[in-house]
Design a protein around this ligand. Structure first.
Ligand code: FES
Length: 158
């Protein structure tokens, strides 16, 4: 390995690290998965076959692991998933973001998404619903973005 190879490798590593940090800081991490194979069999009229194993004809149903349906997230608003400690937001264009629901001020759980902000009830911190950045109150750090996958109109853990 030459000295110039080492420089390139270091630059590559630094750029890769910078890209990862940018993703985390962006507030919205959307990893689009490949669309699933069609889940409906071809439309062929046939008589019902009561003994046919219906379950085995269906592909695995990933919706069982879904955190939420995109359609259930109000445009310009959001939903808070208390069990997962995350908040999902959706802007007017339909872009979905997921953030930690734990306030960065003193650790209370946020309780509302209203008028473009994610709100903490404890001391009044508000975070931008599309970036997670604090916009009001004592919090100084943004809500951390949480990675997820969006597929077939549903949100899944990354
Ligand atoms: Fe959220 Fe203080 S813990 S504003």
């Amino acid at each position: 390995m030459t000295k110039s190879d080492q420089v390139v490798e270091r630059r590559t590593i630094l750029l890769a690290g910078g890209a990862a940090a940018t993703v985390v800081l962006s507030g919205c991490v959307v990893q689009r998965a490949e669309p699933l194979v069609a889940t409906q069999p071809a439309q062929v009229p046939s008589a019902p076959q009561p003994s046919a194993p219906q379950q085995s004809e269906q592909p695995q149903q990933p919706a069982q692991n879904a955190l939420a349906q995109v359609a259930d997230i109000p445009a310009g608003g959001g939903v808070i998933l208390k069990d997962q400690n995350v908040v999902l937001t959706k802007d007017q264009s339909g872009k979905v973001c997921m953030f930690s629901a734990i306030c960065t001020h003193q650790g209370c759980a946020v309780t509302a998404v209203e008028e473009g902000t994610i709100n903490c009830p404890c001391h009044g911190s508000k975070f931008d619903a599309t970036s997670g950045e604090p916009v009001a109150g004592p919090a100084r750090k943004p809500l951390p973005a949480v990675a997820f996958k969006q597929r077939d109109g549903a949100i899944f853990p990354a």
